[in-house]
Design a protein around this ligand. Structure first.
Ligand code: GDP
Length: 197
């Protein structure tokens, strides 16, 4: 897919104020610092579209970016930041889970996983929750440039094996790097295919 335009539309703290659900949406989510903003900027080739390295655990915003006037990238707040307070975590849960559970235009949740780490409980539990809700999701492994491909492959395999504790079949996955643009065509191609159907 060729990205012609990618524009910030709105930031929301309330579900009731989201844009009308008239265009397909792809939600990007993961632990704080996983590389979500960098990935969104890499996919759209627009530096600074999503703000990188924000202080995690602060305002919980759902950001909508409109791509090619046709579909939305939805930037969801990161989870699992150690210093986030309990009430902040509960707010996160309610707000994001309501969005994910109820958003009729949501096509797929892109769950970002740091390709350098062993499977993290919080990621696995989140994937499990998506599965329980019947939400379609894929895993997007980030920061692949930070290590050799053998290490990345091992890490991806470990995570997918861990997912099999919850699922009969692991969902599709992508290996990406915002530095080298690895995985860009694959992720955009995946979205394009869904948009066409
Ligand atoms: P977010 O909190 O999930 O939005 O994460 P950011 O996009 O702000 O990235 C967190 C840190 O990881 C920043 O210092 C980024 O420069 C770095 N980073 C993100 N993606 C990559 C990547 O693909 N490769 C490398 N080498 N660094 C990355």
């Amino acid at each position: 897919m060729v990205i012609k335009t990618a524009d910030f539309i709105c930031s929301n703290t309330q579900i009731s104020r989201l844009p009308l659900p008239l265009k397909p949406e792809y939600a990007f989510i993961g632990r704080s610092n996983v590389g979500k903003s960098s990935l969104i900027n890499m996919l759209t080739q627009k530096k600074g579209l999503a703000k990188t390295s924000q202080t995690p655990g602060k305002t919980q915003l759902i950001n909508h970016f409109l791509v090619n006037d046709n579909w939305y990238i939805v930037d969801l707040p990161g989870y699992g930041y150690a210093r986030t307070s309990k009430s902040n975590k509960e707010d996160w849960n309610k707000f994001i889970r309501t969005y994910l559970d109820k958003r009729e235009s949501l096509q797929c949740v892109m769950v970002l996983i740091d390709s350098r780490l062993d499977p993290q409980k919080i990621d696995l539990e989140f994937c499990n929750w998506l599965g329980e809700k019947g939400l379609s999701f894929v895993t997007v492994f980030t920061k692949a440039d930070k290590q050799g491909s053998i290490k990345t492959d091992q890490s991806v395999a470990k995570f997918r094996r861990a997912l099999l504790g919850y699922f009969e079949e692991a969902p599709p996955y992508f290996v990406t790097s915002s530095e080298t643009m690895m995985g860009r065509d694959e992720v955009l191609g995946f979205i394009d295919d869904i948009n066409k159907n």
